[in-house]
Each structure stands twice: as C-alpha cells, then as structure tokens.
Design a protein around this ligand. Structure first.
Ligand SMILES: [Zn+2]
Ligand SMILES: [Zn+2]
Ligand SMILES: [Zn+2]
Ligand SMILES: [Zn+2]
Length: 422
C-alpha cells in the first residue's frame, strides 16, 4: 500500500529525501525479512523470494518482481501482527477468542467485560493477554456495565499494546489514515475506562493503520464466525489494481498465502485488489474512495464494459430494447449512462436511484432460505438487471457458498444456477 513516512514528507532537498527514502526502504526490508523468518536459514521454507520493496510510481512503496514469476508460484506466506474483530458498527457479536457466534452460553468476563463462549476460551492465552491489558485500566462505570460490543470493536487495536518493540516498529512503518472518521472505536472506550494518554494515542494510531491496511480474514467453508480482520504487514505493502496479478488464501492458522495468478515479469509491480473483484466499477470505485481514500483510474476502471464482463450493466429503460446500459465516462463519478444497443442516454441521478433501490432489495433478502433465494434470482432480479450484473453474480456466489457441497444439490452448468436434483 502507498506508504510515505512522515519523516520523508517533512524532509527538504530532493537528494536528502531520496537518501532518506532509500534508508527507510532498507530498514523496512530488514524488518519484513525478520517478520517472514527469511533472516534465518530454514529447510521449511516453501518458496523463494523473487520480489523486493521499492518506491512505486503510484506513490509510496510497493512490491516489485526481481525475477520472472510463474502463474501459481507462492510469493510469500504472511502472518498477522495483530488480528481481532472488525470495527464496523454492524459487526455480529461473538466470542472474542474462538469467533463463535451461535452459542447459548455467552458471558462477559467479570474482569474485562469481553464476550466469551466458554471457560476454555476464558482460560486461553489470547484472553489472558486481552484481559491483562483491559483490567489494568481503572473503570469509570461498574465493569458489568461496559458495552462489550464497543469493547470488541476496539479489541484489535487493544491487542497491539502487547507487541514488542520490533513488531511495533514494523506496524507503525505502515501507512495510516489519520482522519476524523478513523479511530472512533478507541475514542468510545474513554467513557468506560481511564486509559493512560500514551496508550490511548498509540491505540488510536493503530486503529488508523488498521483501517488503511487490514485484510478481512477468511472463514472456513460451512462455518459461521464473527468477522475478523488481520494486519498482514507484507501483504499491506502491495498496491491496488482492479485486475491484480496475485490472489491470497488463508489456512486454519490464519496464515495468508499470496500466489501469482498470471506471469509477472521481472521489474513489474505486484498488485492485490482492495475491493470486491466481482463488483462493477461504480461500486468498486466508491468503496475504494470511502475506505482507502483514492479514486482508481486503472485500465479496468476506464473501460465501460470492464473487459466485456458488463458487471455494472443495467437493463435499458426503453421497453422495446433488450440492450444494456453502461457508463459513458466511467472515470467521471457523475457520468451519464448509454445503451449499447439503442443509444438511449440516461442521466446519472436516474441510475443512482435504480442502484440504491437494488441495494435495498438485496439487503432485505433472507440468505438462509436458499431455494427462495434461487427463485428470487431467476424470477425477480433479472427483470431489472442483465444476468451479467454484479448482483446476480454475487447471489450466485452466495448460493455456491451456502449449498455448494450440500447433499441433494448439484451445479447446473447450463444457466449457472444450482438446482435440486432429487
Ligand atoms: Zn469461544
Ligand atoms: Zn477478561
Ligand atoms: Zn481500478
Ligand atoms: Zn436500449
């Protein structure tokens, strides 16, 4: 991710700035090597590093291939410096240790007020660490009155307090979004606890770093778990492209494996995608703007058809036409849309109204009722949007996720829907 440390931004004189930047990149490279365990000889290593940290032409730092990399090659296996519940307000409550959300025996720890599901989770090393930090802060209200949801939202930042100096250095060398909308979860804690000012400032800063760099962590197939995020420092160094040349997966130990999905030539930048790969351009650009504060201008964003996928397409408003509407100038946020077949032009505010109505429709769906969901896709949503539209694609993916390996269902390759065969 684009990172320019404050010391570099404040330096004067281009020669001096260049030297400082080189030094910072060298220091960071050493810290990253140690983090990945590449500084000691080991037989276990499953990959050889064919990349380096460099100053990206996109601004800040990035990863660049130092040798040609083949499709499928592992670039690195990263592990989180810190991880924990996501900070978003709609996060589902669950055990702060094992992520379980469907227990009948949830209780709040009597020392720290964090939500737990069992004595086993309460006695775990993870909870011992969390509890040792929180229970040290004098509470302003009786501990049982502390809102465990607010506490859970701040927990990932709280966990950074236990990092050692080297881990802290690596963490704070990453880019931070120091803006008023970031860090509210830490500020919310002040009504419950007297937190030492340096600790509060550090946690607020960590929260800004998390918002800029954290990855949503994977959930094993078929498991319903509280949504967690992890700070993977090497992965955080990859810049964004809407057609990335890597993909990542998580194993049961929360390690993130990053692999090449296409050949990457020596000297080329290594990219990941910070947004939904299967979202259309308007949704992707809005998400990148609100969460990462930039407007992407990559080749895919500039192409109205998104390489022929038509992910953002809407059905033409003209009743006689079967064509699709697409943005005329996708890099302009208020662009008019035009039908590919009949040329009908539609102003941007009409398109926004349709998109917001579709968003509410999808928000009201019951994803537990799989057959009703399939029926919904077949009979209702495709009246308003072409089958290429991201909503249809997203619902298909959710169906696969829900019943992909369920007894009695199989994939119908013809129309891409899953059907009951018995
Ligand atoms: Zn648990
Ligand atoms: Zn506790
Ligand atoms: Zn893009
Ligand atoms: Zn038309």
């Amino acid at each position: 991710m684009c990172i320019i440390a404050a010391t570099v931004q404040c330096s004067t004189g281009t020669g001096r700035v260049a030297t400082d930047r080189m030094m910072l990149i060298e220091q960071l490279s050493l810290m990253v090597k140690r983090h990945l365990g590449l500084d000691t000889f080991t037989d276990d290593l499953q990959y050889s590093t064919k990349w380096a940290i460099y100053e990206s032409p996109l601004g800040g730092r990035g990863l660049v291939a130092t040798e040609d990399i083949k499709t499928g090659e592992v670039l690195f296996v990263d592990h989180p410096l810190i991880y924990g519940p996501r900070s978003r307000t709609k996060a589902q409550a669950g055990c702060t240790v094992c992520r379980k959300i469907d227990s009948d025996s949830f209780f709040k720890c009597s020392r720290c007020s964090l939500l737990l599901c069992s004595v086993q989770c309460q006695n775990s090393d993870v909870h011992f660490g969390d509890c040792s930090i929180i229970s040290c802060w004098p509470n302003k209200v009786p501990i049982e009155e502390v809102d465990d949801t607010l506490l859970s939202r701040a927990l990932t930042s709280i966990r950074a307090v236990l990092l050692n100096e080297e881990q802290r250095n690596l963490l704070t060398s990453l880019q931070a979004h120091v803006l008023p909308q970031h860090g509210s979860e830490v500020r919310n804690l002040k009504k419950y606890f007297d937190i030492p000012i340096q600790v509060e400032q550090f946690m607020s800063f960590v929260s800004c770093i998390l918002d800029a760099n954290a990855y949503q962590m994977g959930t094993p197939y078929g498991k319903k778990e509280m949504s967690f995020r992890g700070l993977y420092p090497v992965s955080a160094l990859m810049n964004h492209n809407c057609v990335p040349n890597t993909r990542y997966t998580f194993n049961a130990d929360s390690q993130m494996t990053v692999k090449a999905v296409k050949p990457i030539l020596a000297g080329s930048e290594i990219f990941t995608c910070y947004s939904g790969m299967l979202w259309g351009t308007p949704a992707r650009r809005l998400h990148l703007y609100t969460t990462k504060h930039f407007l992407c201008t990559c080749d895919r964003c500039a192409d109205p058809t998104e390489r022929g996928t038509l992910l953002a397409a809407l059905k033409c408003f003209s009743p006689e036409c079967l064509g699709s509407l697409l943005p005329l100038h996708p890099l302009k946020t208020n662009t008019a849309w035009r039908c590919l077949d009949c040329g009908l032009k539609v102003p941007n505010n009409n398109i926004c109204a349709i998109q917001s109505a579709l968003g509410s429709l999808v928000g009201s769906l019951d994803f537990e009722n799989v057959l009703a969901l399939e029926n919904y896709i077949l009979n209702r949503i495709t009246k308003f949007v072409p089958r290429t539209n991201q909503i249809v694609v997203d619902l298909q993916c959710r169906l696969i996720w829900e019943i992909g390996e369920a007894e009695g269902f199989r994939w119908n390759g013809k129309n891409l829907f899953i059907i009951l065969y018995s």
